[in-house]
Structures are given as C-alpha cells and as structure tokens.
Ligand binder design. Structure first.
Ligand code: 13P
Ligand code: SF4
Length: 300
C-alpha cells in the first residue's frame, strides 16, 4: 500500500494533479485526497481550481459537475461505472414530459441527476442548499423537484412551498434504515444525537435530532462527541478514523453505497498513469446544464 501511495503522490506532483474525494469514499481514498467534501463543497471547489488534472473519487454526476464547471481541466473518474442509481431514475425525456404536464412551474433538480436532466432544469440544488434554492423560486410558481422524493418533500416541509416531487429515491438511504434501528440505537446510546441525511425516508428524518448534508455532519462532528449517523457508512467510518476518541456510530451498517466503494488505490494510480477515464460532456448539454448549476452557486 505504501508503494502505491508513493507512486500516486509522485505522479500527482509531476502532473500537477489534485485528488478530490466525496465524504462516502473509503478511508484510504479520503486519507489520500487533497480535498474531501460533500457535493456542494466539491462543486464549488472544482469551479475555482486551476490544476490541469483532477482525479475525482466519487460517482459520475459529481465528476460531471466538476467537468462542467471547469472545462479547461481534465476531470478523471477512475472507475467508469461508478454511478448513482437515483440519478438514473429520471431521463431528460421524462423530465420534458413532467414539465409539459405542469406548465408554468420551476424545475429544481438535485445535483444527483444526469447532465441531460440538469440541462432541462431551471436550477440545481444539493442536500445542503435545497431549502435556500426552493425559497428563491418566485412564490407564485409550483416547484417540480427531481429526482429525489425524500429530499424534495423534506425541503417542501421546511419552506411551506408547493413542491411536486418525482418518485425517485436513493436505494441506500431509502432501504438502509428502519424505525426499529432508531429504537434500538437510541436505547443503546441514550445521550447521542441522531443526525439524518435528507435522502432518508421521512419516517427516519422525522425522528432525527438534526437533518443535514454530509458536509454538515462533518462540521457537526468537529464540536460534538456523541452521535448516531443515518447516512452512507463511508462517512461514519471516516469520522471514526479521524476522531477515535469520540463515540460516533452508524444507525445501520447496512447502508453501504456499492458505487461509492468502487474506486481503489490501484484505480487512482491507473487513472493518473493513463489519464483515464476522462469525463466528456457534449458542449451543448454542458452549456445548458451549467446555467442551472451556476444559479445554485450564486445562492451558495
Ligand atoms: P451530500 O451532498 O450530502 O454529500 O450527498 C451526496 C449523496 O450522494 C448523498 O447520498
Ligand atoms: Fe447515489 Fe445514494 Fe450512492 Fe448517494 S448514496 S451516490 S444518492 S446511490
């Protein structure tokens, strides 16, 4: 492992490359990364980097967002099929039909979406700014929220706005946690606060002490010692790794996103050596998608 890490670091310096990792990545990938973060933090960072090469350790929609925001940089996704099942739950054609059946609405797309869907949307959002984004929509407009029904309905509740959600969901957050898990973990850890990601089922979110993005959870852990976490286990694993003295536990060990676990150190090395796999978004779609992402960034 030491040899691989040394080779990665040597190539990274030689090529003036940066490694970005999402908060769900395996510990060894996060340890290696130059920057870690949630979807919004990584998107904002990608927009202002001037390195010629970015190795994006996350899933496809995240690397695509980086490539759209920074077209001069070569963005690499080390494993081609690291995707997000929720992002694939609505196509551009389905969104066009959804818009036709609700004329005069404003489309808010979660960043966990394809570039075609972003290109068809008015404004993008992430889990950390969905409320702010919905609040920015004119009061007389209905919001069409795609693809995540759970984030959409949670943000609707926070804002009191009329939001019609697409019926998409993250299988990991939807099925990974049960109310029984909450009863058991609260009994075992009575002093811990329960933090939930808004992609979780409303039954889980409604019982949480705090609802936040993965970046919000990372910040929370800086100043708190006891927490139960309802999100993908990569985040909890990394928090346990950096704060071994704290009591940070997952609500359920079942919540593992297989796509977030596809990239290994060997893949990162191969990505740097071969400059693979470059994210390429057709220019016309990238230009349209960038409008919805830029609108979000202006609010962030
Ligand atoms: P965050 O933006 O909170 O990091 O969430 C990304 C994601 O894919 C959650 O499943
Ligand atoms: Fe997509 Fe869910 Fe995996 Fe996040 S955890 S990348 S939403 S499948």
């Amino acid at each position: 492992m030491k040899d691989i890490i040394a080779s990665i670091n040597e190539l990274k310096t030689r090529k003036n490359a940066l490694i970005l990792a999402h908060n769900y990545q395996p510990v060894e990938i996060q340890d290696l990364a130059d920057y870690r973060g949630d979807s919004l933090q990584l998107a904002m960072l990608s927009a202002r980097l001037d390195n010629p090469l970015i190795v994006f350790c996350g899933v496809r929609f995240m690397a695509e967002t980086a490539a759209i925001l920074n077209p001069k940089t070569k963005v690499l996704l080390p494993v081609q099929d690291a995707g997000c099942p929720m992002a694939d739950m609505i196509t551009g054609a389905q969104l066009r039909e959804f818009k036709r059946s609700h004329p005069g609405s404003t489309v808010v797309c979660y960043v966990n979406s394809t570039v075609e869907v972003k290109a068809e949307s008015d404004i993008c959002c992430t889990s950390s700014n969905a409320v702010k984004v919905i609040e920015s929509v004119p009061l007389d407009h209905t919001v069409l929220f795609v693809p995540d029904r759970n984030l959409g309905s949670w943000a609707a509740k926070q804002t009191g706005r009329k939001v019609i959600t697409w019926d998409g969901y993250c299988p990991i957050h939807q099925w990974g946690f049960t109310t029984e898990d909450i009863v058991n973990m609260r009994a075992k850890y009575p002093e811990h606060k329960l933090l939930a990601h808004p992609e979780c089922d409303p039954e889980i979110v409604d019982q949480a002490d705090e609802v936040m993005s993965t970046g919000g959870m990372m910040n929370y852990a800086k100043t708190h010692d006891k927490m139960i976490i309802a999100t993908e286990t990569g985040l909890t694993n990394y928090l346990q790794h950096i704060y071994p003295q704290k009591s940070i536990v997952t609500l359920s060990p079942k919540a593992i996103c297989p796509d977030m676990k596809k990239i290994s150190l060997e893949d990162v090395l191969a990505a740097l050596e071969q400059e693979q796999y470059q994210i390429q978004v057709p220019e016309d779609i990238a230009t349209k998608a960038k409008i919805s992402i830029d609108r979000m960034l202006e609010l962030s």
